[in-house]
Design a protein around this ligand. Structure first.
Ligand SMILES: *[C@@H]1O[C@H](CO)[C@@H](O)[C@H](O)[C@H]1NC(C)=O
Ligand SMILES: *[C@@H]1O[C@H](CO)[C@@H](O)[C@H](O)[C@H]1NC(C)=O
Ligand SMILES: *[C@@H]1O[C@H](CO)[C@@H](O)[C@H](O)[C@H]1NC(C)=O
Length: 375
């Protein structure tokens, strides 16, 4: 306090400006988002696909669009939307497939995620159009070329070094593994759960290594959530209320464990020139479902919109009264539709990933990752 008192008014301002330019990163919050429908920011709107969220009531609580659908598979913001907002992002990264998206790549980053996609190229075939993870990274290669064209290699390297890369994928691979293509005939006959987990982790690792080579240094890899508890899996597996499919959750947990070990190894090899954060969405969602009252939820098992029975469609009919019912208080539901969480649940997860301890994000949370000084 005393030293501040002796500084003249102008030199104090100069001092604070100098101080803040040292503390604050030189770049605004830029993020590159990869993954599936949990984080799709509208790419599937531009594809011929059965996996779309381009009609009401999707987006009903999304303020920037005035409640109109944007292609987000939830009622409001996704987890990367909320995280970006909390970190001071200027606006949400636009979908890669949107016209002129590249122009925003330097300020906000880009969203490459695509509903129905997975780690494996074949995942989501039933939905026809989608961008598998490998193709999403191919698209990032094109964005990177654009940025290099605008600001040169050195500045691009700096921009990418400080940007947050997040990958939220794997759920559709697991759902496809269990989901019969022909009813009552599972299509996983030759691949054991153990082998399948290894395929997922090794295929994902190939893409993470590509990202590193392309310049990503702050990478958040989101584990798969407790899919055995989502309304879709519980309905097709005839799981009673209050329970989850143990078989599905066991496969997910085995995958998450192997993923976490892989990231641990990558950190050991690359630290401190890169950080790979494991985001433990499994334990966070499990906690929300088990202790939903603590978080202010009343319903932790049924979807807010669409049926609890096949075909699980959440839609709005010609007039309001012929719509599939939307629950009256969307803040009280964990699940928006049979597959996806509500914005209210996303807010809880985003908060824990941003600010939580090592049991939530390992080895550091997203806020720490953002402020981390990459060598
Ligand atoms: C690269 O960054 C430096 C320092 O911020 C700046 O002076 C320069 O104009 C940038 N180069 C290009 C091509 O944008
Ligand atoms: C990727 O997964 C496929 C199965 O879809 C497997 O045959 C292949 O070996 C995996 N590739 C890598 C690099 O692990
Ligand atoms: C929908 O139902 C409400 C009463 O339940 C009625 O007041 C309203 O006029 C109906 N709207 C339409 C478009 O039919």
């Amino acid at each position: 306090m005393e030293s501040v008192f002796f500084l003249g008014k102008h030199s104090l301002y100069a001092f604070l400006i100098a101080l803040s330019s040292h503390i604050l990163p030189c770049f605004s919050y830029t993020s590159f988002v990869f993954g599936d429908s949990l984080v799709d920011g509208g790419n599937n709107n531009y594809l011929f696909t059965l996996s779309k969220a381009d009609a009401p009531p999707y987006g009903i609580d999304f303020k920037p669009s005035g409640g109109q659908p944007t292609g987000r598979f939830t009622n409001g913001r996704t987890i990367p939307d909320i995280v970006g907002e909390a970190m001071g992002g200027q606006s949400y990264p636009p979908p890669y497939l949107a016209p002129n998206a590249a122009a925003y790549s330097i300020q906000t980053g880009i969203n490459y995620a695509s509903g129905a996609s997975g780690i494996l190229d074949d995942t989501g075939t039933l939905f026809i159009g989608r961008l598998p993870l490998k193709e999403q990274i191919n698209n990032f290669v094109k964005t990177r070329e654009y940025i290099v064209g605008v600001m040169g290699v050195t500045n691009t390297t700096n921009l990418l070094k400080n940007a947050i890369f997040s990958i939220t994928t794997g759920s559709n691979d697991v759902i496809n593994y269990f989901q019969p293509i022909i009813p009552f005939l599972r299509n996983n006959n030759n691949v054991s759960p153990n082998m399948f987990q290894d395929f997922l982790v090794s295929n994902l690792t190939v893409q993470l290594e590509r990202l590193y080579v392309l310049g990503a240094r702050k990478v958040v890899v989101v584990g798969v959530g407790p899919l055995g508890c989502i309304p879709f899996i519980r309905a097709i597996d005839l799981i009673p209320s209050g329970e989850c499919s143990g078989e599905v959750n066991a496969l997910v947990q085995g995958y998450n464990q192997k993923l976490k070990e892989k990231l641990y190894q990558m950190n050991r090899d690359l630290w401190p020139s890169a950080v790979f954060v494991y985001a433990n969405s499994y334990d966070i969602f499990r906690d929300i479902i088990l202790n939903h009252h603590i978080y202010g939820f009343e319903d932790n098992h049924g979807p807010c919109c669409g049926g609890y029975f096949p075909p699980f469609v959440c839609y709005e009919g010609r007039d309001v009264n012929s719509s599939s019912s939307v629950c009256s208080d969307r803040k009280k539901y964990v699940f928006w539709d049979a597959y996806h969480p509500t914005e209210a649940a996303n807010l809880v997860v985003a908060d824990q990933l941003l600010n939580g301890d090592k049991s939530r994000s390992y080895p550091m949370n997203i806020r720490e990752l953002y402020n981390y000084d990459i060598k």
